[in-house]
Design a protein around this ligand. Structure first.
Ligand code: HEC
Ligand code: HEC
Length: 391
């Protein structure tokens, strides 16, 4: 039994303890703020299905996704490196007013893209273009990033949002000094790189490792693909409509298909080495000149990166300006809306040089949309390795 006097002392001791705790609050909180596993999650052991590692003759320019890995030899993904990258990716204190992290605009629930047409930066300002999904960034042989490919590598790209005046509003020196000031980083840097030294080069490497680890292999498409020898065969797990949509996606336009695989190529659906092109959104480029803004060659006017279609159903709205709200609108664009831009991709022109009209039936358009939905990889959406460690 606790008597009155004892209770009094107990309460005093407790309040003293509370007072002590208060002075330590910052570091105590920071140490506990992160929810990381004691053994790091596995980001290294990429077990890829054979159709991502072996060439299948789909047509000219087709090769395996894994042949197009842009991982540089000095930045192989490691479990500890990607773990550090994950923390940096979700850390809001790396924006000038502590409100924005990479994940604010690259949301796990939306295929690491943003459901907003334009994303909101630290001050509420809008980004110039629509955010991009980070899935399968690794299988892009050209290794260039952004809609206009202005970043020469993923390592270069991942430092740019910090310094963007709309996005995170920092200087690199500021980023490095905030990282140095946080009690949770030294241990993470030590595990990732051998010492706790914080440099912008290490921040870039860790973030790039995290992004490269986001690889999609578990969609309904993947499940079906494992059961057939070549992608053009019917998939046993697909509905009739999904298989018909797949036919349209893979078949060339002159053969009655949509020719989509010609540009969204390899089975990472990404076009790893052919470079940017134009898909006829506008007849002339006015406000956004695409690659031409950095390479002043008319051949690049209005051309943009062909981005992965994996988990495309999660990443609406679509295109570099987010102009289409749904996959139905995208399909209608390719079906009837292609404009004759001077740099329109040859695959989207008819023999007379005019924009193609696919003339799909209502059912065929539905089939194509249903096929695109099979590319959704729910496992990435729910994967704890890619989730917010501050929660
Ligand atoms: C305020 C929103 C915002 C924030 C914050 C942000 N991004 Fe982005 N991100 C975008 C937008 C918008 C684009 C496309 C911009 C363009 O092409 O001009 C993009 C493009 C990218 C790309 C290019 C993908 C590709 O396939 O070419 C990568 C990679 C990327 N961001 C990673 C990051 C990382 C890492 C961070 C944190 C350091 C980050 N982003 C922070 C909005 C944001
Ligand atoms: C000539 C090459 C080409 C062909 C053929 C092509 N696309 Fe595209 N696709 C692109 C380009 C380039 C973009 C990005 C355009 C932009 O934002 O300015 C794009 C964007 C998309 C997007 C939006 C991606 C995103 O992240 O917002 C979808 C969905 C899409 N295409 C589906 C298809 C389908 C379905 C077909 C077949 C009917 C097809 N594409 C045929 C080049 C092509």
């Amino acid at each position: 039994m606790i008597k009155g006097k004892q209770l009094f002392f107990l309460l005093c001791a407790l309040s003293l303890f509370a007072a002590c705790k208060k002075t330590e609050k910052v570091s105590v909180e920071e140490d506990n703020i992160l929810n990381l596993p004691s053994t790091p999650y596995d980001y290294e052991q990429l077990t890829l299905p054979v159709y991502l590692t072996t060439n299948f003759l789909l047509g000219p320019g087709q090769n395996a996704a894994a042949d197009n890995d842009n991982t540089p030899p000095d930045n192989i993904v490691t479990n500890n490196g990607a773990t550090l990258g994950r923390v940096l990716f979700y850390d809001k204190s790396l924006s000038v007013n502590g409100t924005i992290s990479c994940a604010s605009c690259h949301k796990q629930d939306f295929g690491f893209s943003d459901d907003r047409v334009l994303s909101a930066g630290f001050n509420g300002g809008n980004t110039r273009r629509h955010s991009m999904s980070l899935i399968n960034a690794r299988w892009y042989d050209r290794g260039r990033f952004f809609w206009d490919e202005r970043a020469e590598s993923l390592e270069a790209q991942v430092l740019m949002p910090f310094q963007d005046p709309v996005e995170m509003g920092m200087t690199l020196d500021q980023v490095v000094s905030v990282v140095r000031s946080k009690s949770y980083y030294p241990g993470l840097f030590e595990k990732a790189f051998g010492t706790d030294e914080v440099t912008s080069d290490r921040i870039s490497k860790a973030l790039a490792q995290f992004v490269r680890s986001i690889v999609s292999v578990n969609s309904k498409y993947d499940e079906g693909r494992k059961q057939v020898n070549v992608p053009i065969n019917n998939f046993p797990n697909f509905t009739v409509s999904e298989n018909n949509g797949k036919d349209i996606f893979f078949k060339p336009i002159p053969a009655g298909g949509g020719g989509c695989i010609g540009c969204h190529s390899t089975e990472a659906f990404i076009n790893p080495d052919n470079g940017t092109t134009n898909n006829g959104l506008d007849s002339i480029s006015t406000t956004d000149l695409g690659v031409f803004e950095s390479i002043k060659n008319p051949a690049f006017l209005g051309t943009f990166k062909v981005h992965t279609l994996k988990s495309i159903a999660l990443t609406a709205p679509y295109m570099h300006d987010g102009r289409f709200a749904s996959l139905e609108e995208v399909v209608e664009h390719y079906n009837s809306g292609i404009k004759n831009h001077p740099n329109l991709g040859p695959a989207l022109k008819d023999p007379q040089g005019q924009p193609v009209r696919l003339n799909l039936t209502v059912q065929q358009k539905t089939d194509l949309v249903n096929f695109l939905k099979t590319l959704t990889d729910e496992s990435i959406k729910n994967d704890v390795r890619f989730s917010d460690p501050f929660k």
